[in-house]
Design a protein around this ligand. Structure first.
Ligand code: DOR
Ligand code: ZN
Length: 420
């Protein structure tokens, strides 16, 4: 199917027509192209998420590759990198190929598996990084996310190993000895509530160590879900020295604060935890400055029984895919060049996903998301495509509706609805 997006604004520029023919962007549409009235709509390169939990294999009651892919497409994504903390863990070529194949079968977004750094995420022995890299899944990002690669020697070896094929280690920065029993951000609110705190320094200490290791080895480090003002300063200095480090921030850390824990609603429990207003301000500025490279969702679906229970028993994590762009729009406004860079171009570059994060010029793959910035909507957990319901934004009125998403020229979302 060919499409003609009539009167579309590309990244906020003056209205124009954009044609999609044979999977690529074209100057000219054939006569039988489906015409979409795109007046008032903005075209962006399809969004790319470097941090998504799809839960398959193992917790298909919380999400599957297919339901997560549908949530992603509805959120404007054309590619997602799926985290390795599945059951079994994605620590072998077999498991990453399985996830990759399930993604292809669903056909809604490109699912790029992330491989585990250590066997079983246990932090003891390196997984078969080379076999995962050489597999059909072509893994380039490795992460024990959910856990920190706390052992500095293992971290060094992992960085050395992936250097050979320009891979990257994505670190969940949490010094485990400093966060034993932690339930929320360590600060005034945790003191008041009597909950064990997760101190900012537990994140900052690992990032500081890892940028030094990455510098020593000369390999690429990516820092997952940066959450504190102090982490931003460590990253700023490392980047100024030329260390090959990139970093992500989640939509929830750009908007929400630790005050939300005061109601003991576990929907606000997440790891790393929601921080203070000061941290939120620093993270916003860091994203604007480019010290933080990308927005990543850390989409973390959880089944009702794992989430709607007492705070201390609830699993950490929040849904993110279907609300990411609206949250970013509500925080930063219609800064389309920023949004395209931080949510598509830079994440595609970090993940090595050629074909994504393009400039929407003629001849490039038609991975596109079409947004109505003027449409507002109220988040209703029951209406989300994710199999889980743990959104912290329930009842919020957000700007920005995804009208259509195209994956290599095929519509995955049209009129705000998933095509399959
Ligand atoms: O909140 C989180 N949830 N943080 C993590 O690091 C893991 C994730 C999950 O898998 O649920
Ligand atoms: Zn994590």
């Amino acid at each position: 199917m060919a499409y003609l997006l009539k009167g579309v604004s590309i990244l906020g520029a003056a209205p124009t027509d954009l044609a999609i023919v044979d999977g690529v962007i074209s100057d000219k549409a054939p006569d039988d192209a489906q015409v979409i009235d795109a007046t008032g709509l903005v075209a962006l390169p399809g969004l790319v998420d470097v941090h998504t939990h799809l839960r398959e294999p193992g917790r298909e009651d919380a999400e599957t590759v297919e339901t997560g892919s549908r949530a992603a497409a509805l959120g404007g994504y054309t590619a997602v990198c799926s985290m390795a903390n599945t059951s079994p863990v994605a620590d072998t070529a077999g498991v990453v190929e399985q996830v990759w194949r399930l993604g292809r079968e669903a056909g809604l977004v490109d699912v790029q598996p992330i491989g585990a750094v250590t066997i079983g995420l246990a932090g003891k022995q390196l997984a078969e990084l080379g076999a995962m890299a050489d597999s059909a899944a072509n893994v380039r990002i490795f992460s024990d996310d959910g856990f920190c690669v706390a052992d500095p020697r293992l971290m060094r070896r992992a960085l050395e190993y992936v250097k050979a094929f320009d891979g990257v280690i994505a670190q969940h920065a949490e010094e485990p000895r400093l966060t034993e029993g932690a339930q929320m951000h360590e600060g005034e609110v945790s003191t008041r509530l009597g909950l064990t705190g997760w101190p900012a320094v537990a994140e900052e200490a690992i990032i500081a160590r890892d940028v030094l290791l990455a510098e020593h080895v000369g390999s690429r480090l990516h820092v997952c879900h940066v959450s504190t003002a102090g982490s931003v300063e460590v990253l700023r200095q490392a980047k100024a020295r030329g260390v090959r480090v990139t970093a992500e921030v989640t939509p929830h850390h750009l908007l929400l604060t630790d005050e939300l824990a005061a109601g003991y609603d576990p929907v606000f429990k997440v790891n790393p935890p929601l921080r203070t207003r000061n941290d939120v301000e620093a993270l916003r500025q860091a994203l604007l400055d480019g010290v933080i490279d990308v927005v990543a969702t850390d989409h973390a679906p959880h089944a009702v029984q794992d989430k709607e229970c007492e705070w201390s028993y609830a699993r950490p994590g929040m849904l993110g895919l279907e609300t990411a762009l609206p949250i970013v729009l509500s925080v930063f406004g219609e800064k389309w060049d920023l949004i395209a860079d931080r949510m598509s171009i830079a994440p595609a570059r970090i993940a090595g996903l050629t074909g994504h994060g393009g400039d929407l010029s003629a001849g490039t793959p038609a991975n596109i998301t079409l947004v109505d910035p003027s449409a507002r909507w109220v988040v209703d957990p029951a209406e989300l495509a994710s199999r889980s319901r743990n959104t912290p934004y329930a009842g919020m009125n957000l700007p920005g509706r995804i009208v259509a998403t195209f994956l290599r020229g095929e519509a995955t979302v049209l009129d705000g609805k998933a095509v399959k």
